[in-house]
Design a protein around this ligand. Structure first.
Ligand code: ADP
Ligand code: ZN
Ligand code: ZN
Length: 740
């Protein structure tokens, strides 16, 4: 009798499971959902994950193959994580196998054992000292002992070489009882010292903080979504810390998601100052090995707090107690390639599945989350005052119409900057454009620095004498003569951070100018260095992109200047104004966080634009209400639901033709199934039609209800996989797109 049929998720874009027979000699009892199996797939062998077993297969018996190897004794994947991935695959209409590929550490997918590795860690023995008389004549042992003593958490075996510690000295010290060896998990955070969870006392809450804290604490142990809308500096993080304390005291784990890898070290440091606990930081620069080790440690309950960016959402937890998602409005929670998931939405699903509360925090909540709060789906907690007594910043809209702009900086702004610096304070200049200038223009013939592969201009990076395309990464030398007419009068047009930096250096030669953007912080450790300089507190100028807007705390900044607020007022994307408002409020929030009141100057050609007026005079929530009512009137999200089909091809028209066919299928399906309230918009060329040499088009599906949209997608995609022309077109589906 043949064994049961195993249904596996395989690393394939196809939206289905694959049937196999069990490997020879493996009892059915060890084939639990979640175990990994090696199977023949086409001409290769791949590793799949068992999702379920069944009795029957559609595959004819003589075609059915057996798996070659069972990789796991116990299932490496907790059932809850498998369920989350199944939900994700269904919701985003993505293959489960590929979803698992995104969700799991790469080494697990490659067949690495899913068990913790141990390492030896060298510690100073209790009471040991370098003054020990037995070391008087053993200088090398004494030095070795001193070196180990400098590491509170001990020195892992792997680090001995790096510290130039010689093994035989260590062995001798071990024999004398001056050192001891601890066996511990590789890359796991060190075990806490005995005693309290706290290294530092918690602050005393103000009334608003206490109300928010108590609400969440009361719901520990069950699913409850909260939106913590607290202005910048209102003490949200302090609430997170005290909630986590409650979670630790209950013997559970906390998952903390942050938007930016740059915020990682800062957040980690704050948590490490507070807690005597095992804290792990997960982000995109963690090595594959480390990632797997941390993943396993969290799964086995050997980590108390996991802090991480988007994908850390998929970290298994043995006993989850709370999920916190900070800066919930941040667009980096949405993955923009492959599996296009939104970590905030999935975090909610996970919290419900695991029956834990989830806390979404932001000074500028997304309209989606505010809408959910209004609809009663989230409990809204508000913090309206700055903790620690700092006052909220004042806004000044500076009309720059027909004023001369010097590299983007107007006269009145220059004076305000000078005054602030002379008063011994710091200035933050915000400009959301990297490089020196967004384009280079020939004054004689009008040539501009167009990218050959995109419908976009190349940005001048003068420091490297290069033109760079920010869309496809294409780089070329800065031309000295116009490629068209050969004249030399090439002029940079507009200003980026590099140009602003140069100009500020000339205008204020007595003060350091620090540029913070993706270019200046690319090298490891450079961000930390910049932050250290700023934290010294001497008067200086910071100039940078939205990197500056996120989460940082610059106590000595009292003037924030936003050089150009106009972009967000003109864009075709319906989310542009929301993003601009969030950015302005977030950047403004860096100002005057300690004592001295802050001032925010916004330069605009449309200083009387109702949106800017409302935002600066009545604040973010008034703006958000207005924006929500406009969305409602226009039936835009969150009052409708979107899915975007994108396609790209080498030849013009191909992608659009493919989407045309998809659109016809969709129309047919809508009629056949009697789906109401669905609109098909397009196909149309993408906003930037040509990018990296490919022509791009898109088809937008808009629906009044989520179930109708998902029913349509569920039946449409199998058709699309069959469409002729699909071979020469790369296409993808984006459910709940945030970039249109
Ligand atoms: P947010 O996360 O909302 O930006 P933080 O938690 O970072 O705010 O708090 C801002 C500053 O106020 C920090 O320096 C913090 O230590 C301080 N703070 C927070 N809560 C209190 C409190 N209850 N009493 C005194 N200071 C506080
Ligand atoms: Zn020219
Ligand atoms: Zn390009």
């Amino acid at each position: 009798m043949p064994g049961p049929i195993l249904r596996l998720a395989l690393p394939s874009p196809l939206r289905r499971l694959f049937d196999y027979l069990p490997p020879a000699g493996v009892p059915a009892s060890s084939l639990r959902p979640g175990v990994r199996l090696r199977v023949p797939f086409g001409r290769r062998e791949v590793i799949g994950i068992l999702v379920e077993s069944g009795e029957h297969s559609e595959v004819p018996a003589d075609k059915l193959k057996a798996a070659t190897e069972l990789l796991d004794g116990q299932t490496p994947l907790p059932e809850s994580l498998l369920r989350l991935c199944q939900w994700t695959a269904r919701y985003y209409q993505h293959s489960l196998g590929d979803t698992l590929s995104w969700a799991l550490p790469v080494l697990l997918r490659q067949g690495e054992p899913a068990e913790a590795r141990q390492e030896q860690v060298w510690h100073l023995a209790e009471g040991a000292s370098a003054d020990d008389p037995r070391l008087a004549r053993a200088p090398r042992q004494r030095e070795a002992l001193k070196a180990i003593a400098q590491h509170v958490h001990g020195v892992p075996q792997a680090l001995l070489g790096k510290l130039q510690l010689n093994r035989s000295s260590l062995e001798l010290l071990l024999e004398k009882g001056l050192l001891r060896i601890e066996i511990r998990r590789c890359n796991a955070p060190p075990a806490p010292h005995h005693g309290s969870w706290l290294l530092q006392p918690a602050l005393t809450f103000n009334d608003e903080q206490r109300i928010a804290f108590e609400a969440v604490r009361a719901s520990l142990g069950s699913f409850h979504p909260f939106l913590l809308a607290g202005i910048t500096g209102s003490g949200k993080t302090e609430i997170y810390l005290q909630l986590i304390q409650a979670v630790l005291e209950a013997g559970k784990q906390a998952l903390v998601l942050i938007p930016e890898i740059n915020l990682g070290p800062q957040t980690l440091a704050r948590f490490e100052r507070r807690f005597n606990a095992r804290i792990a930081l997960l982000h995109s620069n963690v090595s594959d090995r480390e990632r797997l080790d941390i993943w396993l440690a969290a799964r086995d309950g050997e980590v108390d707090i996991v802090i991480g960016t988007r994908s850390a959402l998929f970290t298994p937890l043995k006993s989850p107690g709370l999920i916190i998602l900070d800066e919930e409005h941040d667009a980096s929670y949405k993955q923009q390639e492959g599996l296009r998931y939104h970590a905030r939405d999935l975090a909610l699903v996970r919290a419900r599945q695991e029956q834990v509360p989830i806390l979404l925090g932001s000074a500028t909540p997304s309209l989606e989350s505010l809408h959910n709060a209004h609809a009663g789906r989230y409990a809204l907690l508000k913090l309206t005052r700055r903790a620690g007594g700092a006052s909220a910043p004042r806004f000044l809209r500076l009309d720059v119409k027909s004023r001369p702009l010097d590299s983007g900086i107007s006269g009145p702004l220059q004076q305000a900057i000078a005054q602030t610096l002379q008063a011994g304070q710091q200035v933050l200049v915000f400009l959301n454009r990297r490089g020196f200038a967004p384009t280079l223009l020939c004054h004689d013939c009008g040539w501009t620095s167009q990218c050959q592969r995109c419908d976009a201009r190349m940005t001048l990076h003068q420091r490297h004498s290069e033109l760079r395309c920010h869309h496809c990464g294409h780089v070329q030398r800065q031309p000295l003569r116009c490629p068209d007419c050969g004249k030399v009068d090439l002029r940079p047009v507009g200003a980026g951070t590099e140009r602003a930096e140069e100009r500020l250096n000339t205008l204020y030669p007595d003060y350091p100018v620090l540029r913070i953007d993706r270019d200046s912080t690319a090298r490891k450790g450079s961000m930390e260095k910049l932050l250290a300089t700023i934290n010294r507190g001497e008067p200086c100028l910071l100039v940078g992109t939205q990197m500056l807007a996120k989460g940082h705390h610059f106590p000595r900044v009292t003037l924030v200047a936003i050089l150009d607020a106009d972009g967000g007022l003109f864009s075709a994307d319906f989310r542009a104004s929301e993003r601009m408002a969030q950015l302005i409020v977030q950047v403004a929030g860096r100002a005057g966080r300690a004592g001295e009141p802050g001032k925010v100057i916004i330069q605009s050609h449309m200083a009387d634009h109702p949106l800017l007026v409302q935002l600066t005079e009545q604040g973010y929530f008034a703006f958000a209400e207005q924006a929500l009512s406009e969305r409602r009137a226009a039936s835009l999200p969150p009052f409708s639901h979107l899915a975007l089909l994108r396609a790209e091809a080498h030849k013009p028209g191909q992608a659009e033709g493919f989407l045309d066919a998809a659109c016809q299928q969709a129309e047919r399906l809508v009629n056949e199934q009697g789906l109401g309230g669905i609109e098909l918009l397009g196909p149309v060329p993408a906003p930037m039609e040509r990018r990296a040499g490919r022509y791009r088009a898109q088809l937008l599906l808009q629906s009044n209800t989520r179930p109708a949209l998902h029913q349509l997608l569920g039946t449409l995609l199998p058709h699309m996989e069959q469409l002729p022309g699909g071979r020469s077109v790369r296409w993808s589906l984006d459910v709940d797109p945030i970039d249109l």
